[in-house]
Ligand binder design. Structure first.
Ligand code: PFF
Length: 450
């Protein structure tokens, strides 16, 4: 029971929770962002650094977020506040990050929906023409806004239905669909002529391109992709029942997220090299490469391309509902708002931010904040700064302000399941990770501003 006398909502089943948490993690971050960041940061070397950050820093932080969330039974802000009032600000930073990410994420979600339709109704065959069409589409002042609005409406619909009925159900159906489609596309891409160069780019690290900025990009991507550093996994953990094994759930979710990113890499890069598209081509990458693969196929190619964008939309949706949920859970827990009201108020603010973000790519490209348009501003601010700060704060809080024995009990379900790596995890969270994040952030920012 909470203070309002209502019983807290709970996940319906273990698999439901895993699908929802993996649904949050696997999203545009894996399929849209990971391939283009890998392309821009030199391929294999970036992937190695990324994997190291994911399994040493990301997995530890996810375990900590689950522990803090379930232990407090509260969403981001409440979880911090219930242990130490002075730490409320850390939760507030998380909610703010959720808002900022939702200021551009639905724009890309809208592109994905639009491309379901466009795949079927006329993207011509040549990769350059497909690239031009994409450029013209995202800079159009009206069309992307309509798709973005549709994407947000889907979010509102799912989140308004609540934890088990909405978020969990959507994840259980949509996640397996996504994985199946990605596997099919990866097989198709790898069997194209000239695909070998793509595999080499992915798996043969070239460390000569690595700078401080590469490390910061990999760290930011690890946080973004695993949905860490903004209380999302605290919130999802707070709906988790006491029998669940937290470290093993964290491992499964992390492994699924990483698998999906690598799969997306395999779906994109072999085909990209086969078509002679530049790996550094940036945020348009999936929207150009995937339709190109299928257009070249002829026959049912356009239908398969449409399927891919259904999957991308699905992945984006299960993630954006978790972003919206962080904000909604805050309004419900801390402001005693009813779920529906919280959903409507927060999504209205998000619409306004998304309109700014979308227009910043075209009609309003002259309006900048600190030198970049709204879309890039929301993206860079969260990924390179807020999430890393959020992760650092969570580690300091968990390591220094939560009782060690409480953590041990939470992570071993009162001693009924074993967590052999507890001491290592604890020392990582308390000492190593905060220092590592600080070093990567400073080195990265220095290398960018040089
Ligand atoms: N993890 C999501 C993705 O990879 O697309 C994005 C995201 C969701 C980030 C939820 C942060 C978050 F709390």
């Amino acid at each position: 029971m909470d203070q309002t006398g209502q019983k807290r909502e709970n996940w319906g089943s273990r698999i439901g929770f895993i699908m929802a948490a993996a649904g949050s993690a696997v999203g545009l971050g894996n399929i849209w962002r990971f391939p283009y960041l890998t392309g821009m940061n030199g391929g294999g070397a970036f992937i190695l650094i990324y994997l190291f950050f994911v399994f040493v820093i990301g997995l530890s932080i996810m375990t900590a977020e689950f522990a803090v969330g379930r232990n407090s039974g509260k969403a981001a802000v409440g979880a911090y506040k219930s242990k130490n009032k002075n730490w409320t600000f850390a939760g507030v930073i998380g909610v703010l990050s959720g808002f900022l990410i939702m200021g551009f994420y639905p724009v890309v979600g809208g592109w994905a929906i639009a491309y379901i339709v466009k795949s079927l109704t006329g993207l011509t065959a040549a990769p350059e023409a497909i690239g031009d069409t994409f450029g013209a589409f995202i800079t159009n002042p009206v069309e992307p806004l309509a798709w973005m609005a549709l994407f947000l409406v889907l979010n509102v619909f799912i989140v308004a239905k609540g934890v088990a009925g909405g978020i969990e159900k959507a994840g259980k159906i949509l996640m397996p669909t996504l994985l199946t489609i990605l596997i099919l596309i990866a097989i198709r891409g790898m069997t194209l002529e000239g695909a070998g160069a793509g595999l080499e780019f992915l798996f043969k690290p070239d460390f000569s391109k690595v700078t401080g900025a590469t490390f910061l990009a990999a760290l930011g991507q690890a946080f973004f992709s695993l949905s860490l550093g903004m209380g999302c996994m605290i919130t999802y953990g707070s709906y988790l029942n006491k029998e669940e094994n937290l470290p093993s759930n964290a491992f499964i979710v992390t492994a699924m997220d990483t698998g999906a990113a690598l799969l997306a890499g395999l779906a994109i890069f072999p085909a990209l090299f086969a078509f002679g598209i530049e790996p550094t081509s940036g945020p348009g990458l999936v929207f150009v490469v995937v339709p190109s693969i299928f257009a070249a196929m002829g026959g049912i190619g356009p239908v398969l391309s449409a399927f891919f964008f259904v999957a991308l939309t699905v992945a984006a949706l299960t993630s954006s509902v978790s972003l919206l949920e962080v904000v909604v859970a805050y309004l419900m827990d801390e402001r005693n708002m009813a779920r529906k009201k919280a959903v409507y108020i927060s999504s209205t603010i998000m619409v306004i931010m998304c309109v700014l973000a979308s227009l910043s790519l075209g009609a309003m490209s002259g309006v900048t904040f600190l030198g970049v348009g709204a879309f890039d501003f929301f993206d860079i601010l969260t990924d390179k700064i807020f999430l890393a700060i959020g992760g650092l704060l969570l580690c300091v809080f968990t390591g220094w302000f939560v009782n060690k024995e409480d953590l041990r009990k939470e992570l071993t379900n009162n001693g009924t399941v074993s967590f052999g790596l507890f001491e290592i995890w604890y020392n990582l969270v308390k000492y190593v990770i905060p220092v590592a994040i600080a070093i990567v952030a400073v080195a990265g920012i220095m290398s960018i501003t040089q």
